[in-house]
Design a protein around this ligand. Sequence first.
Ligand code: ZN
Length: 109
Amino acid sequence: MGLTAKYCINCDHTLSTDKYYCPVCFSDRLEEKRLSGRGEIYSFTNIYAVPKPLADQAPYYIVLVDLEEGLRVTARYNGDHVEIGKKVELESIDRRAYYFRPIGARERD
Ligand SMILES: [Zn+2]
C-alpha cells in the first residue's frame, strides 16, 4: 500500500498526472516511483451534507495535502484536530480514496 507517481528520468520532475511524456522537458523516459506518503495540510473543509452511502460517516474532513515530493492530493482526514500546515501521513487507501492522519498518530485497529 502506498502512493506512487511517474517521474522523469531525464530531469527528475515528478508528474502530477499519468502522462506519457514529461511536461517540463518532453522526454518520454518516465518511471514509476514510490512517494513518501508524508506532507502537510494545505487546506481543508468539513463535509456535513453527504450522499446516502456515506451518511453514517458524516461529518468528516476533506483535506488538500501538499506531499513532500511537491504534489497536492485530495484526501479524507482521520484525526481529531485539523489545521493548515499540520504534518500528516498516508494511513490507507480505500476504494481509490486516500486517508491521511496526523504524523505520530497511532495505528487504528
Ligand atoms: Zn523531464
